[in-house]
Design a protein around this ligand. Structure first.
Ligand code: G16
Length: 545
């Protein structure tokens, strides 16, 4: 095998965000851009030398080219063996599953998650470590430092590898197996859930479902698991063929972007009883019932309260974790059942240590992510199976399960307002302004709400004691309401301000208000404290979830 040294000049913008490096496709298409970043990963991951690596992506535009490049660079670096998904496809949870099952030293995932794809869309790349989870910040910081000084990279000189069928091949000494992306992952799901019980609910005709794969990576998984494995109704999977541009859609499973699914579920009594969607790389989920939306924070709380009813979790759960901006619905459950509830910064990577140290079994985020200790990524199909299994056990609808939960634990009205593509300097100034006045807000009253505490969230990892600061401004009010402000770490244009607003209501007679109405006063307070209109000139958010 001939290895070529290629001279390059460093880029100064390769700092990974909340989840890997995400940029416009055109940025990645610049000469040496992808290669520089991949070499920076390898230079910081000597554990890959002589070991197994997993490689795949969500199938978006540039996925296939990037797989070829990475295979050639992995061979040059001295990786011993690579498992790569057929057609370059692997969902993020499947990569995590494969790393753990095969004791791989790490994996590379090609995805910009829920961001739009296609030639004019986004591309992304992230590295997962041997526990199957996203690399910690210490690693991504080191990669960034390397990328700023990199002057050459190495590539093996060879033809492209055929990815369109399963087979074994090699580049020099490096073995390559092109594998079915679904098999191992589907097998793991079979161990966690009662497939027989779910299957009999489908065959009795009492349940029908619609899963929107949004033309992203979960199509093949959903077909194999829901249609074939569980014999779900015809048409159970829509938009099931992965496309490089996601069919022109935005593969973000929420009420705004999964419109087709929402219309199907809202079509009256003949509609399927259960609806779900996943994102570009298959780690997010949205759960809905007939004309009924389950907020992701509520979903985590409901899972926590009911996990012991499902085979994979029948021993009970040891603890839970949620990210800072996720509503505190799960805290109420944890308190009631006597388990620890951890509050982490945004980013799945912060759950890794807690899972590895057996401090938590379940974790989740407001951003449509939930997961468990079965892998080290959030997992869309897993969440759907969790809900299907729960419905099969309880013989209740999505709405009934959720309303019963609120009755028992109270309801956390919750919304997120996103202001996208703000000028970065303005956004930074706005956050700094809130940081500056945080200390003086305590005790102040806004309408009917009195501030109990306001700070800039800092997290000390209880396992390795690492400290992560400046993770968001949180305002806690004395009636358990809360507002959190932070800047997104996944956008590719300017800055995105996220404002998270929640209000706790125990009284079941008050659980039926429209969410925005229930939160109207707090929304006003958030605008006032952050001075959003004055500073950004925005009258209203771009996206409300
Ligand atoms: C990633 C992270 C999540 C995070 C989400 C949104 O998800 O893994 O932990 O909640 O981004 O992050 P931000 O608010 O910074 O945009 P994904 O599905 O995009 O990989």
């Amino acid at each position: 095998m001939n290895i070529i040294n290629i001279s390059t000049t460093p880029f100064d913008d390769q700092k990974p965000g909340t989840s890997g490096l995400r940029k416009k496709v055109s940025v990645f298409q610049q000469p040496h851009y992808l290669e520089n970043f991949v070499q920076s990963i390898f230079d910081n991951a000597p554990q890959l030398k002589g070991e197994l690596m997993v490689l795949g992506g969500d199938g978006r535009f540039y996925n296939k080219q990037a797989v070829q490049t990475i295979l050639k660079m992995a061979a040059a670096y001295g990786v011993k063996r690579v498992l790569v998904g057929e057609n370059g496809l692997l969902s993020t949870p499947a990569v995590s599953c494969l790393i753990r099952k095969n004791s791989a030293a790490g994996g590379i995932i090609l995805s910009a998650s829920h961001n739009p794809g296609g030639e004019n869309g986004d591309f992304g790349i992230k590295f997962n470590i041997a526990n199957g989870g996203p690399a910690p910040t210490s690693f991504t910081d080191a990669v960034f430092e390397t990328s700023k000084v990199l002057t050459e990279y190495q590539v093996a000189e060879c033809d492209d590898i055929a990815l369109d069928h399963q087979h074994k091949t090699h580049i020099g000494d490096m073995k390559i197996e092109v594998i079915d992306p679904v098999t191992d992952y589907a097998e793991l799901m079979g161990h966690l859930f009662d497939f027989d019980k779910i299957r009999s609910l489908f065959s009795s005709g009492l349940l029908s479902m619609c899963f929107d794969a949004m033309h992203a990576v979960t199509g093949p998984y959903a077909k194999a698991i829901f249609e074939k494995g569980l014999s779900a109704n015809n048409g159970a999977v829509i938009n099931g063929i992965p496309l490089e541009d996601f069919g022109g859609g935005h593969p973000d499973p929420n009420l705004a972007h999964a419109e087709e699914l929402v219309d199907i579920l809202n079509a009256g009594p003949s509609a399927p009883q259960f609806g779900a969607a996943s994102d570009g790389d298959g780690d997010r989920n949205m759960i809905i019932g007939q004309d009924f939306f389950v907020n992701p924070s509520d979903s985590l709380a409901i899972m926590t309260a009911n996990a012991h009813l499902l085979p994979g979790y029948s021993q009970g759960i040891c603890g839970v974790a949620r990210s800072l901006p996720t509503s505190r619905a799960v805290d109420k459950v944890a308190q009631a059942i006597g388990i620890e509830c951890y509050e982490t910064p945004t980013g799945w990577k912060y759950f890794g240590n807690l899972l590895d140290d057996n401090r938590i079994t379940l974790c989740g985020e407001e951003s449509f992510g939930s997961g468990s200790d079965h892998i080290r990524e959030k997992d869309g199909i897993w969440a759907v199976l969790f809900w299907l299994n729960l419905i099969a056990v309880k013989q209740q609808s999505v709405e009934q399960i959720t309303r019963d939960h609120w009755k028992q634990f109270g309801r956390h009205y919750y919304t997120r307002h996103d202001y996208e593509a703000i000028d970065s300097t303005i956004a930074d100034d706005m956050m700094q302004n809130m940081r500056d006045k945080a200390g003086s807000l305590s005790g102040q009253t806004f309408g009917g709400y009195t501030v109990q505490l306001c700070d800039d969230f800092s997290y000390t990892d209880p396992v390795d004691n690492s400290i992560t600061e400046h993770q968001g401004i949180r305002i806690l009010f004395d009636d358990e309401s809360r507002i959190v402000f932070r800047l997104s770490g996944t956008g590719t244009e300017g800055a995105t301000l996220r404002v998270y607003i929640e209000r706790y209501v125990m009284d079941a007679d008050k659980h039926d208000l429209p969410t925005q109405e229930a939160l109207a006063e707090l929304i006003e307070i958030a605008n006032q404290v952050a001075e959003i209109q004055q500073r950004c000139g925005r009258e209203k958010p771009d996206v409300i979830t």
